[in-house]
Design a protein around this ligand. Sequence first.
Ligand SMILES: [Zn+2]
Length: 236
Amino acid sequence: MAAMTGIRNIMILTGAGISAESGIDTFRDAGGLWEQHRVEDVATPEAFARDPELVLRFYDMRRAAIQTKAPNAAHHALARLDEHWPGDLLIVTQNVDDLHERAGASRVLHMHGQHLNAWCTACDERSRWTDTLLDRPPCPACGEAALRPDVVWFGEMPYRMDEIYAALREADLFVSIGTSGAVYPAAGLVREARELGARTLELNLERSQGSLWFEETRLGPATELVPAWVDEVMKK
Ligand SMILES: [Zn+2]
């Protein structure tokens, strides 16, 4: 790819690979098991209908775990870019942790929801939630005991796709960081970006299923690649 010149608007898509170096694992580690659970037993609406206690206990554990983790050099580099970049910038994350925000980034969109939110299925309000849900606490807005994790499960629609596509239409550069290229619709964004004329760059630990769609792929740990790329794009 040519140097990072002539770029004004940037969309960054982040995935599990950026949080992995902070010690947050995903169901893709360990052969499709996630803390000994199959995805279809804990991360689908059917699982929640069938065994809500199992699902709530699982998410309570995840919610507690992420609060013990800290953002890494890749999160901090993106926060620095967010703070100083004069053009449009949107960090679209598939991650449900809050490490981008804790690093200081503010232009962040969680397309798969957030661990630290609870969603009330009675009144549709979302509340910041750092505690447990297994004990069925009342919704802060309406008082009903109808809270669930505000996380997009397999088989549910990702959030705010209209906003994501609107930002993509304005983007000159689309950068994917630490994503497998396996989960749609996130995986389709690079193709969309190219059709819209944006430059495309992938930063990943290894070649992904989506690598062939990128003009350039850089391989390595996010904590090395992301700070180096941020320096490059801010120097232009
Ligand atoms: Zn409510």
